[in-house]
Design a protein around this ligand. Structure first.
Ligand code: ATP
Ligand code: MG
Length: 556
């Protein structure tokens, strides 16, 4: 990956789609740019959607155009308002504004119905009564042409009457559907008389029980684009073949011109993660994770709860770029974006995750020490740290014996406490099992903010928290959710779950963190970047999520 610093400007990098737009504007084919982001509200948005959001909204911003948020809600069975609400929230949180009110494909059900009638009237659509199994058989294969349904040559009148019956609920599900009359021998299977409408007796989250027939994606999407006067309809590569049907539908109905055009780019695949709402839903349903916004989830809401910022996700999308090549992006590329952002912007603080007690035997009354919130950004201010006779340091920062590589506290040797004094370990006390319970130290009062006067060299610096004035805290230390780089390929997802993807520790943080706000990132010095958990964390229950480590972690 590049080493450029985090750019918090929204900026779309030139790509093959912006080149097409430049040409369309230059040639006068279009004189404005109108895009849309069209999620199906059947789950929470994930990092792959962030790529599409940044592309569609980013282009609109770049070209002074517009971008709609449109819910592609043609399958009531899998959809829910909970998802509608979460999607709106995620798009806004990422920093984008849609044009006007959110749109719904279901807003157009009446118009879609009218266009279906138009196709029937033109002899371009018919009601089929083959069973779903028969339809599959008749469809043919990639190497074999399909064959015509025996219902294909019904008269217009008969089709109109039957379609009306479908709409009136007189056909059971699977007993009749409306199909486009195109070409059963087309090399493109999507063109082999695709289904336009099916019967579904399901309540819809927007239209209630008004309809018992619902239009299919391919019929709905292109017409919705045209109704909204979209100019560039951008989607992922799996819809490449469907573009033929997109164009066929629009060319055969009387809808305002110029028509929108579909362009496809490659979807984001992120190493070690699932980017399929269906598979993510399974993790939620099976309670493998703590809901859609579990901090281990690649959802936008999960990343947010984990401590990712909108700027870091936008920057990630900018760096990965937009192409037609299928590829898998390394997880470290995502982590680099948040690490750079937090390194630059997160206040520093001290937290001891595996505490062991230190007693400074020659220390008297409590002192308030001052520490900068950021080592090279004085404008971020300072904070007060109570320094007391009893402190906590991390277990890993003390050894009874160690070689020179170990630059922390060793029995009989000195170390600096961050933002405070140099201390020397004099002796330890252990419990019956041999575990160290207290490290007795002395401190050198002449070493606050300066080196020892007699030229003693103290190389190591460790962090600490007062044992007398602190806040107890829970630390949720997250690791990859899966043990493999491509969990999507696993036969059984439970086989590839990392059993250590969440480790919970209890320790202490400095008192200034009593006022930590949810999702605000901190660098816990020498530990990593953390934020207060937005679900379980509050002033009385400090729960911090590990956002990302200080250094790049090992890949798979
Ligand atoms: P999923 O498989 O997760 O359900 P989807 O494509 O069915 O994804 P939609 O809600 O239909 O989800 O997606 C809305 C938009 O986001 C579409 O234009 C889709 O192409 C795009 N999108 C979905 N996943 C990705 C991805 N991994 N990378 C880039 N764009 C994506
Ligand atoms: Mg979809």
């Amino acid at each position: 990956m590049t080493t450029e610093t985090l750019n918090t400007e929204t900026e779309t990098r030139a790509n093959f789609i912006t080149h097409i737009i430049d040409e369309d504007l230059a040639s006068g084919k279009h004189n404005n740019v109108y895009t849309r982001f069209p999620p199906e509200p059947n789950g929470y948005l994930h990092i792959g959607h962030a790529k599409s959001i940044c592309l569609n909204f980013g282009i609109a911003q770049e070209y002074n155009g517009k971008c709609n948020l449109r819910f592609d809600d043609t399958n009531p069975v899998k959809e829910d308002v909970e998802y509608v609400d979460s999607i709106k929230q995620d798009v806004e949180w990422l920093g984008f504004k849609w044009e006007g009110e959110p749109r719904y494909a279901s807003d157009y059900f009446d118009q879609l119905y009218g266009y279906a009638i138009e196709l029937i009237n033109k002899g371009l659509a018919y009601v089929d009564e083959l069973s779903p199994e028969e339809m599959r058989e008749y469809r043919g294969t990639l190497t074999e042409a399909g064959k015509n349904s025996p219902y294909r040559d019904r008269s217009v009148e008969e089709n109109l009457a039957l379609f009306e019956k479908m709409k009136n609920g007189e056909f059971a599900e699977g007993k009749a559907c409306l199909r486009a009359k195109i070409d059963m021998a087309s090399p493109f299977i999507v063109m082999r008389d695709p289904v336009l409408y099916r019967v579904k007796f399901a309540s819809h989250h927007q239209t209630g029980d008004k309809w018992c027939i619902y239009p299919m994606y391919d019929f709905t999407h292109c017409i919705s684009d045209a109704i909204e006067r979209i100019t560039h309809s951008i989607c992922t590569l799996e819809f490449q073949d469907n573009r033929r049907l997109y164009d066929w539908v629009l060319e055969n109905i009387s809808i305002e011109r110029p028509l929108p055009h579909q362009y496809e780019f490659s979807r984001l695949n992120l190493e070690g993660t699932l980017t399929s709402k269906r598979k993510l839903l399974k993790l939620v349903e099976d309670k493998i994770v703590d809901g859609w916004n579990d901090p281990r989830m690649p959802t936008i809401s999960g990343l947010r709860r984990r401590g990712y910022t909108p700027a870091s996700l936008r920057e990630f999308c900018r760096r990965i770029g937009v192409t037609k090549q299928d590829n898998v992006v390394e997880y470290s590329a995502l982590e680099a974006c948040i690490r750079e952002d937090l390194n630059e912007n997160a206040p520093r603080a001290m937290a001891v995750i595996n505490p062991v007690k230190v007693v400074i035997e020659n220390f008297g009354e409590k002192e308030m020490l001052t520490a900068p919130n950021h080592p090279n950004r004085p404008e971020l201010g300072e904070r007060q740290l109570p320094f007391t006779r009893e402190l906590y340091i991390d277990e890993a920062d003390f050894r009874e014996e160690a070689n020179k590589q170990y630059k922390r506290l060793v029995l009989g040797k000195e170390v600096r406490l961050r933002n405070a004094y140099v201390i020397k370990a004099e002796r330890v006390e252990k419990d019956a099992s041999g575990k160290i319970t207290t490290i007795f130290c002395t401190y050198d009062p002449e070493t606050l903010g300066k080196n020892p006067a007699d030229g003693r060299k103290v190389k190591g610096v460790i962090h600490w928290v007062s044992a007398e004035e602190n806040k107890p805290a829970e630390f949720r230390i997250y690791d990859r959710l899966f043990t493999v780089a491509n969990p999507g390929a696993a036969e059984e997802i439970t086989d590839v779950i990392n059993p250590n993807s969440l480790v919970i520790k209890h320790g202490f943080v400095e008192p200034s963190l009593a006022n930590a706000k949810a999702e605000q990132g901190y660098q816990f010095e020498r530990e990593g970047y953390y934020c207060l958990d937005s679900k379980d964390g509050n002033a009385n229950n400090l729960v911090f999520n590990l956002t990302v480590g200080l250094k790049e972690s090992v890949a798979f």
